[in-house]
Design a protein around this ligand. Sequence first.
Ligand SMILES: Cc1ncc(COP(=O)(O)O)c(C=O)c1O
Length: 390
Amino acid sequence: MNNFDQQLSRKNTGSIKWDFMEKIYNIPNAENIIPMWIADMDFAAPQIITEAISKRLEKPIFGYSYEVDPCADSIVNWLERRHNWTITSDQIIYHQGVVPAIATAVEALTAPSDSILVNSPVYPPFFMIPAKLGREVVYSPLLEDRGRYSFDFNNFEEQVKKPEVTMFILCHPHNPAGVAWDEDTLRKIDELCFANNVIVVSDEIHSDLMLNGSKHIPLAKVSAHPENIVTCFAPTKTFNIAGIQAAMVISCDSHKRLEMQNAIASHGQMGLNVFAIAAVEAAFSEEAEKWLHDLIQYLNKNIDYTIDTISKAVPSVKINRPDATYLLWVDIRETGFSEKEIMQKLLDAGVALDPGTKYGQAFEGFLRMNIACTSDTLKEAVSRFIKAFA
Ligand SMILES: Cc1ncc(COP(=O)(O)O)c(C=O)c1O
């Protein structure tokens, strides 16, 4: 079993989470601050991945490479085994990341005069990337009921019917709300988007981080119109290898694939680098799956601890248990603190979280907390969090 309790220092490794806080939070010294913000974990990747990279290093020529069959097969088998979703390897396009893949989909499959629909709150690149590509962004706010988020289909329908809306970017499971969308919701999204000529880009990067027995349902699997869906997927969140940079875009529509491949080629981009190819194949193996099983147990415990401890100490802070991800969406509206005040108090207490407004202007009163660290670090971070609210 992997030792998730092992404390590994990430300082001075060029880690954005640990080494970049001074810039992000505009503070002179972040030496003693515990980062609970950007979405990566403080755990070593599964040994099978590090071994695969070491093995590749033994052949010290790193020329141009392509994604060999065992890499593609590992993805096809993983999706079949874990999500009961059948794809073929020719439906996969490789990319450096899910965010660049979303950018490619927007660039290749929409026109500059089109509008892109996203929910709010949502992972910031969903609205920043289309805006940077000159597209108008249209929002359909999610409904919230005691911390549980759902689609507001009246509003969603109104937005997808706008003739200028040609693409919807779905976050499934949802970051930051932690929702794994159920089959009814997915079918409604599918129908409404198809009926209104709106392509769905489904970002399923968190789909292997399902907690407490929740199940992930790939949108394209239950879609009545799978040719209308572009799925973005990656092993990087699951196995903590985001710095290796690897992602897949899956589409059963050869026309969409061609358009996206042309957009990728127009930027002179290639697929995965040699180390990513080795890492992907190792990540989607049965051995790494055992590591993932243990990781999920550890994350479940961390989440229970955080929610129990905070809700006892500061009952006005509300945290809903997520279905997926290691990210908690923390509702501080009842505490009376402004975002500016509490962000400062948290930094003063020695812990760095994401402010809610990063996920949409309306989300002052929320914080996003990353609990993917050792239980020792978590205990200290939670006690600092509580101190900030005292
Ligand atoms: C929903 C979602 N999509 C994409 C990413 C980043 O993907 P990548 O590093 O492959 O660009 C993240 C990272 O937090 C995320 O939460």
